[in-house]
Every structure is written in structure tokens, then in C-alpha cells.
Design a protein around this ligand. Structure first.
Ligand code: DX5
Ligand code: ZN
Length: 217
């Protein structure tokens, strides 16, 4: 499968959000990556439903919603109603992950689980068949523009091996510090979806940067 590119709206210009949404619409990007932060699970607050609905109004590509919030179960239906096609919850924030994943699927969304850099992918052993996607955090979640953590390559390979024969359609997403300096190596290690915030939005030509990331092989 050709890898997917999901620019992270967290790094967009919120005063001109529509422009940045149109830029993604017209680029080779595949998804909009939407970071929801509650100031409790992570030390930052991003945005909530009013902004998400505004994004949905203009976005012509699927919304990949990454929930960095405690007790995500409370809000799953609301995120679906706000346009989420993928809903990713953090393993560290879910007491009953299996139940949460099924609740996401019952809404008709793709179910993802994110794991922090310190969390072993071995913890996914008993839910690997229930997952549509795993989001490997390659930075500690909370902020854009952080340095990529090299241990991620090993986690991609371990996860791919675990999923082999049990969930061959599993999407592996890498989130944090992705740029054109590490993207090819991530794809070669087995990543399917690359999230990129700073690399896209700090580029002189974001559309070109997206196309550089998309065309790597
Ligand atoms: C971090 C977020 C990321 C972030 C990525 O907590 O989950 O999606 O926006 O941004 P960059 O690509 O700048 O590291
Ligand atoms: Zn994210």
C-alpha cells in the first residue's frame, strides 16, 4: 500500500484556518490529522468541537482525530458527529480499551490506539485483531515541533511482526517529529501513515513539502 500523509492542523495558522484547510484539500495529502488536547492527559490545550466543526465544513478529506484526553468514551459520539472518520484514543487513557475500540467501531469509525514513547507495543498483543490503526507517538504528546525519538523504528518493526497473519490490514501511523529527513526510513520500517505538522506548515511551500513526503518510496 502506498503510504498516506496526514498534515497536523495543530501547526496551521488558526487565524487563517480556512486557507490552510484549502491548502490541504488541494495538496497530495490523504487525511487531516486533528489533535485534541485536554490539558489533563497532556500539558497543553488545543481546541474542541466548535473548531473541529469549522474544519469539517471545509475539509474534503477524512478527519483523523487523535484524542489526547482522559476518559475519551464520554465524547466518542460527539466526535463522530463532528466529522471524525478515524478516532484514535490513547492506551494510557483507557481503562477498558477493548470496550472503547468496539464503541468506536460501532459508530462506524476506524478505531485507532495511540501509544506514548514509553509504552511498549507488547501491550497491544491482546487487542491487535480489534484495531484498525496504531498511532506510534514518536514524541511525547502535547506539542508540535518536537524532536523525533529514534526508538520508533524498532517499535514499527515489532508491531508489524505482531500483526502479521493476525491483522494484515493494520495501519501503522507515526506521529511527531516526522520530516523529509526520516520519512523514508519510517516507510521502509513499515509505517503506513505519516503525520507531519511542523515539517509541512513551516515549509516555504507546504503543498510541495506534502508532495515530497507523499512521493518517497
Ligand atoms: C503531538 C501531536 C502531533 C503533532 C505533530 O502531541 O499529536 O500530531 O501535531 O507535530 P510535528 O509534526 O510538528 O511533530
Ligand atoms: Zn497527533
Amino acid at each position: 500500500m502506498k503510504h498516506l500523509i496526514a498534515p497536523s492542523v495543530l501547526s496551521a495558522d488558526f487565524a487563517n484556518l480556512q486557507d490552510d484547510i484549502e491548502m490541504i484539500n488541494h495538496s497530495e495529502a490523504d487525511w487531516f490529522h486533528i489533535d485534541i488536547m485536554d490539558g489533563v492527559f497532556v500539558p497543553n490545550i488545543s481546541f474542541g468541537f466548535p473548531v473541529l466543526k469549522a474544519i469539517q465544513k471545509h475539509a474534503l478529506k477524512p478527519l483523523d482525530v487523535h484524542l489526547m484526553i482522559v476518559d475519551p468514551d464520554r465524547y466518542l459520539a460527539e466526535f463522530k458527529a463532528a466529522g471524525a472518520e478515524n478516532i484514535t484514543v490513547h492506551i494510557e487513557a483507557c481503562t477498558h480499551l477493548h470496550r472503547t475500540l468496539h464503541a468506536i467501531k460501532d459508530l462506524g469509525c476506524r478505531a485507532g490506539v495511540a501509544v506514548n514513547p514509553h509504552t511498549s507495543v507488547d501491550l497491544l498483543e491482546d487487542v491487535i485483531e480489534n484495531l484498525d490503526m496504531v498511532c506510534l507517538m514518536s514524541v511525547n504528546p502535547g506539542f508540535g515541533g518536537q524532536k523525533f525519538i529514534e526508538n520508533t523504528y524498532k517499535k514499527i518493526r515489532t508491531l508489524r511482526a505482531m500483526a502479521a497473519g493476525r491483522n494484515d490490514n493494520l495501519l501503522i501511523e507515526v506521529d511527531g517529529g516526522v520530516s523529509n529527513t526520516n520519512a523514508l526510513k519510517l516507510i521502509q520500517a513499515g509505517a503506513d501513515v505519516l503525520v507531519a505538522g511542523n515539517a509541512v506548515f513551516s515549509a516555504n511551500d507546504p503543498v510541495f513539502e506534502i508532495s515530497v513526503l507523499k512521493r518517497l518510496s
